[in-house]
Design a protein around this ligand. Structure first.
Ligand code: NDP
Length: 495
């Protein structure tokens, strides 16, 4: 059950270095770490590993670049951001290759979805550069002209996860730059290369040196140093809830601003009155796209009892028709899990599902491709209750837990019974029910008769322990701006 048992010959990628002040530099002491290909288990290159001293250099470069960047005319900033999108698309093959070879995701996703979406993100925020305005406010306290200015924060520290390395970085870097901030970006250790290519593209697009700096390295060293650095005004974080909580505690020391895009355990609800074929297709995309390594994955599928058996049978068929395959092959739709440790974590959860009494109906095994790689089959569990571990904890793999429900109230109660609240989906032909249920779900995004759809123009972020603040849309800009109220006394001079 593999899309293509033969691994295609892997292209080479160049080693990663730190990007500080508009140029590549080595890390202090020449420290590096290995970059692996999850599909072959091989070291494909090395990357410089930033120390706290390197982080300090990057923050100083960003501080030095800040005044000129913040003062640059909005039209000039707009032009540069737009051009970053153009440069990303001009280098799409190289970027997608680096992304797929480090993350294990199908080249179809990195070439036709992630990189184009990252380019669109820069071009969307390019449009905002000229539209960041304050207000004039009528006061009742006396003859004053009062107006507000929306000002950048300074240096933004962006820390992102490995599942959508370029896209998650773009969701933070683009609005931060549009608002006039400078950025130090720490990509995940497993996937540092696309962030460096983004920095190269930004330079080619005319971004002044020091406005965007990239410091690959370990979260516990480089990430921690960035969060602790007094020169950083804000941390924009995407990652696990556990690490997010630690960052919140550290950021409290100097009251850094923070936004948190954290984990999820999203419910996708299938009502009996829906288009069953569409719902099953959506349910499969909701969990198998991106290998299920998606914060918003529809990992809990709630199915109304009347159609439960039919849906489970169709899901089994779909899972079995979604084979793992060489991520570099254009037809592959289920790639390799990012690391051996993550694969073992996914397999442990599959073991817990079986142990707690759920019925394995598809997949459930590791399946190397051409004898190599950290691949896990598309997996479906039926007979799941919302109390089982596989329904409560984020697995971050292609594992679907199918839970039956009796009626609308029951579905909403089960969906909301989670510490997370990132996203949700629901499938129905009843338009009133669609809106009614969407309004009652505790989630930052709700898809009706769709799943896993994104657009830079609409905000994305969590309720409850899935975080706060938003990526994308006009709302993301709020996280990179602060408001100043200016008072001008208009009273006449007394003689
Ligand atoms: P982690 O929280 O382990 O890591 C995220 C980032 O934080 C990485 O760059 C990591 O570096 C860094 N980091 C780790 N420790 C620290 C620290 N002490 N101080 C500062 N930075 C640190 O998450 P994963 O990379 O494992 O990503 C998976 C998680 O991300 C899932 O929970 C998923 O739901 C969530 N996520 C949320 C999204 C959302 O929009 N809500 C979107 C995508 C993912 P290093 O790689 O070196 O460890």
């Amino acid at each position: 059950m593999s899309a293509d048992a033969t691994q295609t010959a892997a292209p080479t990628v160049k080693p990663g270095r730190l990007w500080i002040g508009g140029a590549y530099v080595d890390a202090e002491g020449g420290r590096t770490f290995d970059v692996l290909n999850p599909a072959t288990e091989e070291v494909i290159t090395t990357c410089a590993s930033a120390s706290p001293a390197d982080v300090d250099k990057a923050v100083k470069a960003a501080q030095a670049a800040f005044p000129a960047w913040a003062k640059m005319s909005p039209l000039d900033r707009q032009r540069i951001l737009w051009n970053i999108g153009e440069r990303l698309m001009a280098r799409v093959d190289e970027i997608a290759t680096a992304e797929t070879m480090t993350n294990g995701k199908p080249i179809f996703e990195s070439k036709f979805i992630d990189t184009p979406d990252a380019a669109k993100c820069f071009q969307y925020y390019a449009g905002w550069c000229t539209k960041i305005t304050g207000q004039t406010i009528p006061l009742s306290t006396g003859p004053f002209l009062n107006y507000t200015r929306r000002e950048p924060l300074g240096v933004v520290g962006a820390i992102v996860a490995w599942n959508f390395p370029l896209l998650l970085a773009s969701w933070k870097v683009a609005p931060a730059l549009a608002a006039g901030n400078t950025v130090v970006l720490k990509p995940a250790e497993f996937t540092p290369l696309s962030a460096l290519l983004l920095a190269e593209c930004a330079k080619e697009a005319g971004l002044p040196d020091g406005v965007l700096n990239v410091i690959p390295g370990k979260g516990s060293i480089a990430g921690q140093a960035l969060v602790e650095h007094p020169g950083v005004a804000k941390i924009a974080f995407t990652g696990s809830t556990e690490v997010g909580k630690g960052i919140l505690r550290t950021a409290a020391n100097d009251v850094k601003k923070v936004t948190m895009e954290l984990g999820g355990k999203s419910a996708n609800i299938v009502f009996a009155d829906c288009d069953v074929e569409a719902a099953v297709r959506g349910a499969a995309t909701g969990i198998f796209y991106g290998k299920g390594e998606i914060c918003a994955a529809g990992s809990r599928l709630l199915v109304e009892r009347a159609i439960y058996d039919t849906v489970v049978a169709k899901l089994k068929e779909r899972a079995e028709k979604t084979p793992v395959g060489d991520p570099m092959h254009p037809k592959t739709r289920l790639g390799a899990i990012v690391r051996e440790g993550q694969m073992n974590r996914v397999l442990d959860y599959i073991g817990k599902g079986k142990g707690e009494g759920a019925t394995l109906v598809a997949g459930g095994e590791r399946q190397p491709v051409g004898g190599k790689g950290w691949f896990v089959q598309a997996t479906v569990f039926a007979g799941v209750t919302n109390q089982m571990t596989i329904a409560r904890e984020e697995i971050f793999g292609p594992v679907l837990a199918v839970i039956p429900f009796d009626n609308e109230e029951d579905a909403i109660a089960i969906a909301n019974d989670s510490v997370y609240g990132l996203a949700a989906g629901l499938w129905t032909r009843d338009i009133k029910r669609g809106h009614r249920v969407a309004h009652r779900l505790e989630a930052g995004t709700v898809w009706v008769n769709a799943y896993n759809r994104y657009d830079t123009a609409t905000p994305f972020g969590g309720y409850k322990e899935s975080g706060f603040g938003r990526d994308m849309g006009p709302e993301a800009l709020d996280g990179y701006l602060q408001t100043k109220s200016v008072w001008i006394d208009l009273s006449e001079d007394k003689a």
